[in-house]
Design a protein around this ligand. Structure first.
Ligand code: SF4
Length: 220
């Protein structure tokens, strides 16, 4: 929704679209995951280590599924939003839960003028950070990871060099929490058609969108 509200009907229908950028991103993710699996010595997670906030944890890349669930009470009725995801990287360090996500860019220099990430990128990591995590049956399935603070990291990866060009990171604060709640409540209402979809009116955004060819609202 942070990119375009008119993508919501496609998601509801289960229609996915992959841009060239997304294909490149998937290839990088698979490669990074393979390298980490081959070069890392895995230590089993125990309840004692999980519950001790002072113990640093570094979960295997792409190994942690996330589950976000929230009830909303609108004047139109009650609704429950459930979002499943998979975080690129989950770490606990110095009692801080860190979720790190890689975003690929063929022209990473366009981020030079951006002091903040795109709102869609920010909402994704904030949602992961407000989720439960699937840690296996011995931890009761979906569980929390104890921490004192939360931090997001959004790595802008240069598609050509495969190296991190820039990282946006911040400790999650009340403003982030309110932003997330605000967007997710709007998203829920728009999914239920309790609110209208608003167009961004940007031709470049439509041109870069994976639904461009099939979208009756595309600006051409
Ligand atoms: S083509 Fe344009 S209006 Fe349609 S979903 Fe994509 S960005 Fe939105």
């Amino acid at each position: 929704m942070g990119y375009c509200e008119f993508q919501i009907p496609f998601f509801i229908e289960g229609i996915r679209a992959e841009t060239g950028q997304m294909v490149l991103g998937t290839e990088h993710h698979e490669e990074a995951e393979r390298i980490e699996k081959e070069t890392t010595v895995q230590v089993p997670l125990t309840k004692t280590r999980l519950e001790d906030k002072k113990t640093d944890l570094n979960f295997m890349r792409e190994d942690i599924q996330t589950l976000f669930a929230r009830e909303f009470d609108f004047k139109e009725g009650q609704a429950r939003l459930v979002l499943f995801g998979r975080a690129d990287k989950v770490i606990r360090q110095d009692k801080t839960l860190i979720i790190s996500d890689d975003k690929h860019a063929t022209n990473p220099r366009r981020y030079d003028a951006m002091p903040q990430p795109y709102i869609s990128q920010l909402l994704q990591v904030l949602t992961y950070l407000d989720s439960k995590y699937y840690l296996g049956d011995s931890f009761g399935g979906w569980a929390g990871i104890p921490h004192d603070k939360k931090m997001y990291q959004i790595n802008i990866v240069d598609s050509k060099t495969k190296s991190v060009y820039k990282t946006y990171q911040d400790i999650v604060n009340q403003t982030h929490t309110e932003l997330l709640f605000d967007y997710l409540s709007q998203f829920t209402k728009k999914c239920l058609a309790w609110d209208v979809l608003v167009h961004h009116n940007s031709k470049p955004k439509c041109k870069a969108c994976g639904f461009f060819e099939n979208c009756s609202n595309a600006l051409k």
